[in-house]
Design a protein around this ligand. Structure first.
Ligand code: SF4
Length: 71
């Protein structure tokens, strides 16, 4: 499997999340927020076509709660 086809694995640290919602605004297919505004991963391992969107969301998060898990 080539690099581009690998699914992306996301880690979301709910203790670090400050509920800013940037991730949801960037990729609402992948991220949601619970009633307290804390991030919920709808797709912890989204397919490869979401990789760019996910990277954008990780960069947009102001708290550093999101990261990509690289094998
Ligand atoms: S952008 Fe970061 S701080 Fe904001 S809701 Fe998403 S994970 Fe939490």
């Amino acid at each position: 499997m080539s690099e581009e086809q690998k699914p992306v694995r996301i880690r979301a640290d709910r203790d670090v999340c400050i509920g800013a919602g940037m991730c949801v605004m960037t990729a609402d297919q992948i991220f949601d927020q619970d009633d307290d505004g804390v991030v919920v991963l709808l797709e912890p391992e989204p397919p490869a076509q979401y990789a760019d969107l996910v990277r954008r969301a990780v960069r947009a998060c102001p708290s550093g709660a999101l990261s990509l898990v690289e094998d």
